[in-house]
Write a protein that binds this ligand. Structure first.
Ligand code: CA
Length: 116
């Protein structure tokens, strides 16, 4: 007896929907999709720009902004920590150090966001 005979077409569709829901749930709850596992490491804990502090997309992902690239280069090398060296850099080249940007609540990875 195959499963379609045992649960009927409606039951089969119901089970299919459950699997689709479980798949979507695991995708959206996976690291890299809005899971801010590194935000607590940076001075503002990501309160101002969340994932876009380091990433190009607000959902995170593999594309990093200039500050994210500097964090990868220096922060990860320093045991996955924000360092004074990172704070002294002007990652996005807008004329303000990353520390100045965090103090002013502007984005150190976006040159259009800078202290007034
Ligand atoms: Ca900036």
């Amino acid at each position: 007896m195959n499963i379609l005979n045992r649960v009927g077409k409606q039951g089969f569709l119901y089970v299919g929907r459950i699997f689709i829901f479980m798949g979507l749930f695991s995708f959206f709850s996976s690291p890299g999709f809005g899971k801010p596992f590194r935000l607590e490491k940076i001075p503002d804990q990501g309160k101002n720009f969340k994932c876009r502090t380091c990433h190009v997309s607000r959902f995170g992902g593999k594309e990093f902004n200039p500050f994210g690239n500097d964090y990868k280069r220096l922060g990860l090398q320093a045991g996955d920590n924000y360092t004074e060296e990172l704070g002294a850099l002007d990652s996005d080249g807008d004329g303000f150090s990353n520390k100045q940007e965090f103090d002013a609540k502007t984005n150190p990875g976006n040159p259009k966001s800078k202290p007034e």
